[in-house]
Design a protein around this ligand. Structure first.
Ligand SMILES: [Zn+2]
Length: 364
């Protein structure tokens, strides 16, 4: 009897160890608990948590700390993850992450909603898209191409691998990764979604985006790394980088909340989004062929026909050196808004629905 009791106690202790997966350093940073591993299943229900996730050390020998909120509802439910700032110069997503959080509390949330408020701390600090290496290095590295690569020899690799393995990958049944267009160009409210998966299609529809691109993904991105492990995920592009756009942020918040409501992570009624969404599966890029100032003759979301004038390029004296026409008929989905351009620069993209496309098909 006694032996059984000892054995049982031992087994219980052992099972507690295997189940308990939150890892705390024991330190606090700016009043918040510092963690090296997040497992939302291991957190007590009915609370809001604000942690600093301790990532890689920077060149001063101090860790990068990633701010992460977990809202764990009083009632059970699924795990929803909202990530922002894997690209450090994309700032509408950070504000969106704060405003989504304002709508959530343990009483109206079921299960857990985890919000990462700016994953690429080094990029955010330096206003760079990629992870900015320390010391005297001028280099950056795109974390959103190597999330699940599992490499750890260089700082950027270690950063993405640690974040993927210990912060993101285990805490999600559904994921929205928030982005913007690249530096010097603009998107509307725009979604990349892999329509081979019907749950992902539904997620995209719930965003109320201006344009959804049916897209098979980008290896190593947050979105595709999740899709590859069977977790439905979309990339949600919120306008332009390096700025804040109130209208875009407000609509993005609605799009995220709609997804939380649909997945039953948030108690509430679906928010009506007034916009008509354009669904495309193919786009063509217009690239500069010469150097010089480019004047835009079209706007985001304009409908264009093949051959319509899109851009005019001038030489240093104001003489027209090149005209750029639309390569296809569709919707203008991205525009370079920084005027000076050299050969090869992307000036804009026109998206269309190509019925001949086999992989990404619009199913009703
Ligand atoms: Zn991005």
């Amino acid at each position: 009897m006694k032996m059984t009791k000892i054995l049982l106690t031992g087994l219980l202790a052992l099972s507690t160890v295997t189940l308990s997966k939150m890892e705390y350093t024991g330190d606090k940073y700016l009043g918040k608990e510092v963690i090296t591993n997040l497992d939302v299943a291991d957190l007590e229900s009915g609370k809001v948590y604000e942690f600093y996730f301790q990532g890689v050390e920077n060149s001063l020998g101090r860790p990068w700390y990633i701010p992460v909120t977990v809202i764990k509802g009083e009632n059970a439910g699924k795990k929803f993850l909202i990530n922002s700032g894997v690209h450090g110069n994309e700032l509408n997503p950070i504000l969106t992450s704060y405003k989504v959080k304002e709508n959530l509390n343990p009483k109206n949330v079921n299960g857990t909603v985890t919000i990462v408020h700016g994953m690429n701390v080094s990029g955010l600090l330096n206003n760079t898209r990629g992870y900015k290496f320390g010391g005297n290095s001028e280099s950056t590295s795109d974390l959103n191409r190597q999330m699940d690569a599992g490499k750890t020899s260089v700082a950027d690799q270690k950063y993405s691998t640690l974040t993927w393995q210990n912060l993101l990958s285990k805490n999600a049944d559904k994921v929205i990764d928030l982005h913007t267009s690249g530096k010097g160009s603009e998107f509307p409210l725009f979604v990349y979604a892999d329509f081979r998966n019907s749950e992902i299609k539904k997620m995209a529809e719930l965003t109320g985006a201006d344009v959804v691109k049916l897209d098979s993904g980008e290896k190593g991105s947050v979105e595709t790394s999740f899709v590859d492990i069977g977790v439905p995920s979309i990339t949600f592009e919120l306008g332009a980088s390096e700025t804040q756009q109130a209208d875009i942020v407000a609509r993005a918040v609605d799009g995220v909340l709609n997804n939380l409501i649909d997945s039953k992570n948030l108690i509430g009624k679906e928010i009506k989004t007034s916009k008509d969404t354009f669904y495309g599966n193919s786009w063509s890029r217009v690239r500069a062929e010469k150097g010089g100032y480019v004047e835009n003759k079209v706007k985001i979301m304009d409908n264009v026909k093949e051959g319509d004038l899109m851009f005019i390029q001038y030489d240093s004296f104001g003489n027209i050196v090149q005209e750029y026409k639309s390569p296809n008929s569709g919707v203008v989905v991205s525009i370079k808004d920084y005027p000076y351009s050299e050969p090869g620069d992307s000036l804009g993209r026109v998206i269309e629905y190509d019925a001949k496309e086999k992989e990404q098909v619009l199913k009703k």
